[in-house]
Every structure is written in structure tokens, then in C-alpha cells.
Ligand binder design. Structure first.
Ligand code: CTP
Length: 401
């Protein structure tokens, strides 16, 4: 997690078995430099002792409205934080919040609250399916409250599977980061990211492809989503797990990628074309597997479409278009040529021959090339490179309002 140090979060915990997952949330936020004030309902203390949260956050834990020396805590804790998260939020907590029933410290601060609220429901599946719970969630959503989950899966031991499970800490943390970081110029913008290689079939089992891992594009998609953008990630075949947040469209060939870009580009404010589409495809695809016994084979390859160029007319007015140039030798000069030839606002250039750069490593050393000049960045992780690219895109996007 990055960009959230120094922020202030109130973590409300109500009485459910998923309270143990709230401990992970408290710990990870504290490690990221966030000030975490935990407020528990009396029922929550039956599952996890306040001492656990106190040890994890290094701060006193609020439970009662009537504690000596902590008068008006509900007003202070309602007013001060940047975000209030309730995880787990039980059926009873949802009912009290929807009614505005302020009968303990947590529900009182929910009424006094100014910050955005994220609720992570957790309950038995029958309680979740009950129309009263559905109505309470609808009321809360209607008031602009963010609701995450519940997930479907194994419930408390012996209770089988069903909807009601609290989402995992990783997912809560990703949404907390997004809510804390969302702001101009990415909040509400549509960002289209392409990632990974494409595959061009030679016959039903063989193909032409390249070494792209998709890591750079996946890192960009996640980073843009964490900044508040609505992200569509069009991904060629990769071994990477889909990032939390972005909508993911899976494609196989360069023609599939072109079609997916053509569908999403007209409404995109930003295109980050990090994919490495196959530039050539077999001129002929064999319908059956070509047998080895047939002897040597000569492949005829034909060029695929240049997607950036082929979809140029579909770009929204004012959209920021970013291309990538993986070269071997003189990357910045070749990137400048691509900037003009493909009508781009920014080219992220790297030299595959340099140590630590290239398609299938965790790091990258890139040069950002725009009409204003070139900026060489040091060797960074792909997540750090993604943040640097988005900082540059933010500058290009902001004046276009
Ligand atoms: N690209 C594209 N369509 C292709 C191939 C590449 O839109 N068929 C995009 C890539 O996603 C990247 C940029 O074009 O953002 C540059 O890719 P690169 O392979 O360096 O460009 P080419 O135009 O294929 O140039 P070269 O002749 O150097 O291979």
C-alpha cells in the first residue's frame, strides 16, 4: 500500500466471528503509516479482546460511551478521520445504522460522522437473505455508504456455504486505499489498460507469441484503480491473477485485442497500451496438427494490425494516449519516432537489453518521452514505474479537465 501514510481511519468492529480478519486490517493499515482508531461494539469484545487491537495499532480502543476521560469520543471520532470502515458489519449493526439508532459508541460516531463510510457485512446466510437486511443495505447505499461484500463461501464452521462471509482483508485494504487516495484527476475517469502478449495460432496446438508477462499492464491497472479511476484491463494470456478492482477482459489474438480496444476506447479518458501484441501471425492456420513426420516446415507470417493506429479515429477528444516501446538499443530516439508516428501523448520506452528491464522481470528502467522531452527514471519495481507513469499522465490529464 502506498500514498496513505499520515491518514486517519476509524475501524469499527461489530460482533461477528469475522472480527479476527479485522485484526489483519488494523495491522496492515498501521504498518502503512495510517493512524487507526478501533471502536468496538460490546458484542465484538466477546469475539476479540480490545487488547489485541490496542497492541496492533498502539492506540486505545473505544468500546463504551461512558468511559472516564473519553467524553465526547463519539463526536471526535466521527469528525476527525478521513474514512470510517466497519468490518465486520453484522445484521444488527446494519439495522442500527440504517435506522440512525445511536445506542453505543460505534453507532453514535456513525451519526456524527463526516467522512465516507465503508461497510463490510458479515452474517449467517439466512440473516443476509432476509428482506429486512436487504432493505437496510438499500437504505444505506442510497445514502452514499460504500458496501463491500459479503462474499459467498464457507461460513462459520458447520454452517455450510452461502452469501454472508466477510470479504478478505486484502480486498478491504484495497478499497480503503482507493477511498483514501481517490481524487483529481483520476476519480471517476475511465482508464483503459492493455497488458500481456497475444497468441497467433499455427495449428490447434501451436502458436506464435512473445515473452511479455503482463506485469507492467497489471501494475498500471491496479494503480489507476487505486487512484479512483474506473479501469478496464484488456489482458492477453498471462499467468497473473486478475487484480482486485478493474474489470478484466481476456483476449487471445491481436485481432481480439483490437476488437476489445475498439469497444472500450470511445469512452476512455486514458489509454495505457502496455500490451505486446504479436506483430505477425501465420499467413495460414492449419486445421489439424501439423505432423513432425512431414519434415521441415517453412512458416509464412503476415503482419497484424497496428492497434494504436487502427483505432486512432475512435479516441475520445482530449484523451491521453500512452504507448510503450520495448527496443533493443537507442530506445529514447525510437520512442520519439513512435510518439509522432502513432499520434501519442507519451511513450514509455525501455531497452530490453539493459539489466533489470524487459518483459519478464519484476523491475523496469524506463524513459518517459513526450513532446516536451525525455525523463529517464532509475531502476524501479514495476509498481513504482506504474506510479511514475500515472503521475505523468495526471499532469497531461489535469489541464484537459
Ligand atoms: N502496438 C499496437 N499494435 C501492434 C503492436 C504494437 O498497438 N500490432 C502498440 C504496443 O502496445 C505499444 C506500441 O504499439 O504500445 C509500440 O509497440 P512496438 O512493438 O514497439 O511497436 P511497433 O509499431 O510494432 O514497432 P516496431 O516496428 O519497432 O516493432
Amino acid at each position: 500500500m502506498s500514498g496513505i501514510a499520515g491518514r486517519h481511519v476509524v475501524l469499527g468492529v461489530s460482533g461477528g466471528i469475522a472480527g479476527y480478519k479485522a485484526c489483519v486490517v488494523a495491522r496492515r493499515l498501521t504498518e502503512a503509516g495510517v493512524t487507526v482508531d478501533v471502536v468496538m461494539t460490546a458484542a465484538a469484545t466477546e469475539f476479540v479482546r480490545p487488547l489485541v487491537f490496542e497492541a496492533l495499532t498502539g492506540r486505545p480502543v473505544g468500546v463504551s460511551l461512558w468511559e472516564a476521560g473519553r467524553a465526547l469520543d463519539h463526536i471526535r471520532l466521527g469528525k476527525d478521520p478521513d474514512l470510517v470502515v466497519v468490518a465486520p458489519a453484522t445484521a444488527r449493526l446494519l439495522a442500527r445504522a440504517a435506522q440512525g439508532l445511536a445506542d453505543d459508541l460505534l453507532t453514535s460516531l456513525l451519526l456524527a460522522r463526516r467522512a465516507p463510510l465503508l461497510l463490510c457485512p458479515a452474517m449467517n446466510d439466512q440473516m443476509f437473505r432476509h428482506p429486512e437486511t436487504a432493505r437496510n443495505l438499500e437504505v444505506l447505499r442510497g445514502r452514499g455508504v460504500h458496501v463491500l461484500g459479503p462474499a459467498t463461501g464457507p461460513l462459520a464452521r458447520g454452517e455450510g456455504d452461502g452469501p454472508g462471509r466477510m470479504v478478505e482483508p486484502e480486498e478491504i485494504l484495497a478499497h480503503v486505499e482507493r477511498l483514501l487516495r481517490a481524487g483529481a484527476p483520476f476519480a471517476g475517469r475511465k482508464v483503459l489498460v492493455t497488458a500481456g502478449p497475444t497468441r497467433e495460432a499455427l495449428d490447434p496446438v501451436r502458436m506464435v507469441t512473445n515473452r511479455s508477462s503482463g506485469r507492467m499492464g497489471f501494475a498500471l491497472a491496479r494503480a489507476a484503480w487505486l487512484r479512483g479511476a474506473d479501469v478496464t484491463l484488456v489482458a492477453g494470456p498471462t499467468a497473473l491473477a486478475a487484480p482486485l478492482g478493474p474489470d478484466v477482459v481476456r483476449v487471445e489474438s491481436t485481432a481480439d485485442l483490437e476488437a476489445a480496444v475498439a469497444a472500450a476506447l470511445p469512452s476512455a479518458d486514458v489509454l495505457l497500451m502496455a500490451a505486446a501484441p504479436a506483430d505477425f501471425r501465420p499467413a495460414r492456420r492449419a486445421e489439424t496438427k501439423t505432423a513432425r513426420a512431414g519434415g521441415a516446415v517453412t512458416l509464412a507470417l503476415e503482419p497484424t494490425a497496428d492497434i494504436l493506429l487502427a483505432t486512432r479515429e475512435l479516441r475520445k477528444r482530449g484523451a491521453v494516449i500512452v504507448g510503450f516501446a520495448l527496443e533493443t538499443g537507442d530506445a529514447a530516439a525510437k520512442a520519439r519516432a513512435k510518439l509522432t508516428a502513432k499520434h501519442l501523448d507519451l511513450v514509455v520506452a525501455n531497452d530490453a537489453a539493459e539489466p533489470g528491464a524487459g518483459p519478464d522481470v519484476e523491475t523496469n528502467r524506463v524513459t518517459l518521452v513526450s513532446a516536451k522531452g525525455a525523463t529517464a527514471l532509475p531502476l524501479l519495481s514495476k509498481d513504482e514505474v506504474a506510479e511514475a507513469i500515472l503521475d505523468r499522465v495526471a499532469q497531461l490529464l489535469a489541464p484537459r479537465g
